[in-house]
Design a binder for this molecule. Structure first.
Ligand code: FAD
Ligand code: DHB
Length: 392
């Protein structure tokens, strides 16, 4: 077979790219190793930057997001049981929308299949061939058989564990990796959120966060050690820890049945070479950030906006420059998201080796965000996402 653009991975990055290209009449094929059911039920991120929301609207895929998404104009930060509000929209004119990655993925898949666009599940890419030539190809396994797909471009939207990153020769790549000595235990609970906006709380026992998915469903997280296991956490232990860490005078946390629980390890990772010949990486295949800044999904979509426009310029305007500049045009945002995610993570988590002096410094840094409009504005513009026109 042959396609113009072979997209590997049906996560948010691959799916959004397929919509951008198809809308301009550019033929593309998406291959995904997992089943549709698996991809659609994976519980992950929940906060969409304004940039992400705007792109989904431009693509006309916003019906469910506009109906069910919750636009938030601020967040709460908390330390030592004192909670304060960061009024993001007031500070930087931008907002975020709480809408689950699970829901967004379902919308993107349904729209792709309805429009008749090529999207194959349970098709696992096993080989990336000749990415540095003008006739790249991939081989994949589907229905127990080997297939080969010739293409103009290979786009690796195949997440952290996918094969595309490794198709770039080591001597052309620069990798950066950082592990954190803790993880997040995340739960989904059938109970109305006990807050109107997200709460990020630093506490002596560790970080906790209160997020949500809908007016009926809450999403909450607890800092745990990186080697902890969900089986160590009974429902009662989870709710007691959340109450202790999120508690403030006069506020109560509503409990409800826990529908899902899992532990996510925390790491930062950057592959600086996101282009090699006719192979391009986007999203988690090139970079991972710890979840505290809510950047992972948004950074994946930011890569795709730049890459999608560059591919469109190649096919529609015969302009090669945007594709050549892809790496340089996305890398500053990759590092900004890394710096912000690392800042938020360090600010709000108890490192096991933290000494009392360092603890007080950390509390002072949180307190400063309460006292200083300048500090709060810097947080707000990073959290809501720096606009595209100012940077690209
Ligand atoms: P992915 O969504 O990972 O998609 C990659 C796809 O490629 C997958 O569907 C995979 O099956 C497919 N694939 C891999 N190999 C192959 C192959 N050989 N052939 C074909 N297909 C292949 N971010 C936040 O902001 N907040 C959060 O709370 C948060 N929680 C997370 C929890 C977990 C457990 C994980 C793993 C991530 C979380 N993230 C979170 C990060 C966020 O979900 C990702 O940044 C986002 O999914 C990136 O999208 P993507 O399309 O680049 O990659
Ligand atoms: C959610 C996840 C995050 O990483 C974050 O910073 C905020 C919210 C969520 O899953 O709702």
């Amino acid at each position: 077979h042959r396609t113009r653009v072979a997209i590997i991975g049906a996560g948010p990055a691959g799916l959004v790219l397929s919509h951008m290209l198809t809308r301009q009449g550019i033929d593309c094929t998406v291959l995904e190793r997992r089943s549709r059911g698996y991809v659609e039920s994976r519980l992950r991120a929940g906060v969409l930057e304004q940039n992400t929301v705007e792109l989904i609207r431009e693509l006309g895929l916003n019906a469910h997001m506009d109906r069910d998404g919750l636009e938030h104009h601020g967040i709460y930060l908390q330390h030592d049981g004192q909670r304060f509000h960061i009024p993001m929209t007031e500070l930087c004119g931008r907002s975020v929308t709480v809408y689950g990655q699970t829901e967004l993925t379902r919308d993107l898949i349904a729209a792709r299949l309805e429009s008749g666009g090529a999207l194959h599940f349970e098709a696992e890419v096993e080989g990336v061939h000749d990415p540095d030539s003008d006739h790249p190809a991939i081989s994949y396994r589907f229905d127990g058989e080997e297939h080969r797909l010739e293409c103009d471009f290979i786009i690796g939207c195949d997440g952290f564990h996918g094969p595309c990153r490794n198709a770039i020769p080591e001597h052309r790549q620069r990798l950066f990796d950082n592990h954190y000595p803790y993880g997040w235990l995340g739960i989904l609970a059938r109970v109305p959120p006990s807050t109107d906006e997200l709460i990020y709380a630093a506490h002596r026992d560790g970080f906790a966060m209160h997020s949500m998915r809908s007016p009926e469903i809450s999403r909450l997280y607890l800092q745990v050690t990186h080697d902890d296991h969900p089986d160590n956490w009974s429902d009662d232990r989870i709710w007691e820890a959340l109450e202790a860490r999120l508690g403030t005078p006069g506020w109560t946390l509503q409990r409800g049945p826990i529908l899902d629980r899992s532990i996510t390890p925390m790491r930062s990772f950057v592959a600086e070479t996101m282009q090699y010949g006719r192979l391009f990486l986007a999203g988690d295949s090139a970079h991972i950030v710890p979840p505290t800044g809510a950047k992972g999904l948004n950074l994946a979509i930011a890569d795709i906006r730049v890459l999608g426009d560059a591919l469109i310029a190649h096919y529609l305007d015969d302009d090669e420059h945007p594709l050549k500049d892809y790496n340089a045009r996305v890398l500053w945002r990759v590092w900004r998201a890394n710096a912000f995610s690392n800042f938020m993570t360090g600010l709000l988590h108890n490192a096991p080796e933290e000494n009392p002096y360092e603890h007080q410094l950390r509390m002072s840094r949180i307190d400063y965000l309460h006292r200083s409009t300048a500090a709060a504005t810097a947080l707000a513009e990073n959290y809501t996402g720096m606009p595209f026109d100012a940077s690209q």
